[in-house]
Write a protein that binds this ligand. Sequence first.
Ligand SMILES: [Fe+2]
Length: 372
Amino acid sequence: MPKYYMPTVLLSGNNCIKRHPRHILHGKKCMIITGAKSAVLSGALDDVKAVLNDNNIEFELYSGVSGNTNISEIYNIAQTAKAHNIDYLIGIGGGSVLDAAKAVSVYVTNDIEPMQIFEEKYENTPLKVVCVPTTAGTGSDTTQYVMLTIDEPHNKHSFSSEMCFPYATYLDTRYTMTMPVDVTRNTAVDALCHAIESYLNVQASAFSDTVSLEAIRLIGKSAVALLSGKFSEEDRENLLVAASSGGMAVAHTGLNLVHLMGHKVTCSKNIPHGRANGALLVEFIAFVARTNIMRAVKVIDAFGYELSGFKKLIDRVAPIDVEITEEDIDEWVELAITDKELENCPCTVTKDDLRTIYYNAFINKERNYKEW
Ligand SMILES: [Fe+2]
């Protein structure tokens, strides 16, 4: 039976923290976790501090989480949070920051070693997490998923628990206005992948389709801005809503071929997450179209482009300038074929299929997409 579970309270609009502070006020003391710059540059940190001060809530501030922040560092943040008797957490930043806040919330209430977090068995409910995104892509603010960096090859590992949905998310477009163009593009393509992987998914339902198609449509509306690198407030709002909607969609269905295959590329070649996924996206759609043409067409229609035009746009917005060899592809295929997310693909997937998708995406770049 199709079900839809998304317990996060979503608040949106300019000044939503000041206008609706109730959901960011939970106890006597919180820890704010941020990245290096965006929380300050965007004004989000000042807005959060003002509301906390007005309501006599103390806070500890941890700044400097990045995409490379290691799990041991996140574990240490949790020990600091425990020592200060933190009641809840506020993450202000991009996906790495929000994921760090979600992981800290688990470590604070559960007496586990760092790597045990991937076992997804927690005795105690994590602390509440409030998310304030300053990018528009990962959807971490509306999902139960957490991606962490560990000290091993293929060093990004994820876990998932319904306990890890954020308690509340504040979506204020103003906080994404200072996002650099390349980050805006990478994160927008990531969000687009979430939405499309959710729509072309055996777990998709009428409920997830509603949000995934709307996310695709909103990103399509901002296609010209993504190409030019000039974003109006409306574009920023479209992308922010699309990113959280994409998160809601994959929270319901799980991810799919693009992410599981792109993950290998990112870990191996250090290519940004959105770009690695974007390079695989059109091949994924074409692959699914062989057995699910109507849903594949609906994706492209929702975006508002023909497939070949869609491919050109993605190549320009999220280009890959790293050399990739057939040996790289052979290695990634062996890793990808064991991934459990393969089960979400609406077609049977073989090693040869994976090899062809990688090959067409990264080596046979002149492939003609007009035929379907
Ligand atoms: Fe992603």
